[in-house]
Design a protein around this ligand. Structure first.
Ligand code: PRP
Length: 181
């Protein structure tokens, strides 16, 4: 596939993503054998990962969706998180996995995790396609992580810049001149 002109390079190609997604799905299938699991997709970045992941999980999977936004302008989150759309069911007593596209500062997931934990799930785990540990501002680890990525401006496979590039099947690094404009 041709490199998108706004990308400096491909960081993780489509085949590597798909392979890793299958591995994570197999791990989840093993860990939750005999149980049903509620998978919560965080809109919008996790949509691509979520859709692929659930297809490969061989369990009784239910799905729900949540959307949060971090206050503050720019490309990094400020630490304040707002729920824009909540999930549509109680989760008390359920085995829940929250699916994210990226853990960056960690503020979004920390907030979400604590909020969901307060609702009394039987278990609560975090699954993120990407992890950028260099950027972490709060202590938080993903239980299932696809790839650790360096502190570069990554887009594609759900991740955007100004709402663009979410539909690319790979994860790439954006050219600095694109976001410096
Ligand atoms: C991104 C991403 C995570 C969050 C990670 O969401 O999807 O939710 O930022 O950053 P943090 O670890 O620093 O909190 P964004 O607010 O860009 O929304 P989107 O998913 O709709 O792209």
């Amino acid at each position: 596939m041709k490199l998108h002109p706004d990308l400096e390079k491909i960081l993780i190609d489509e085949a590597s993503i798909q392979q890793r997604v299958k591995e994570i799905a197999a791990e989840i299938t093993r860990d939750y054998a005999g149980r049903s699991v509620l998978m919560i997709c965080t809109l919008r970045g996790a949509v691509m990962f979520f859709a692929d992941l659930v297809k490969y999980i061989d369990l009784d999977v239910r799905m729900d969706f949540i959307a949060c936004s971090s206050y503050g302008a720019g490309t990094s989150s400020s630490g304040e998180v707002k729920i824009v759309k909540d999930i549509s069911q109680p989760i008390a007593g359920l085995d829940v996995i929250v699916v994210e596209d990226i853990i960056d500062t960690g503020h979004t997931l920390k907030y979400l995790y604590n909020m969901l934990l307060n609702r009394g799930p039987a278990s609560l785990k975090i699954c993120s396609l990407l992890d950028k540990p260099e950027r972490r501002e709060v202590e938080l680890e993903g239980d299932y992580v696809g790839f650790k990525v360096p502190n570069e401006f990554v887009v594609g496979y759900g991740l955007d810049y100004n709402e663009k590039y979410r539909n690319l099947p790979m994860v790439g690094v954006l050219k600095p001149e694109v976001y410096a404009k």
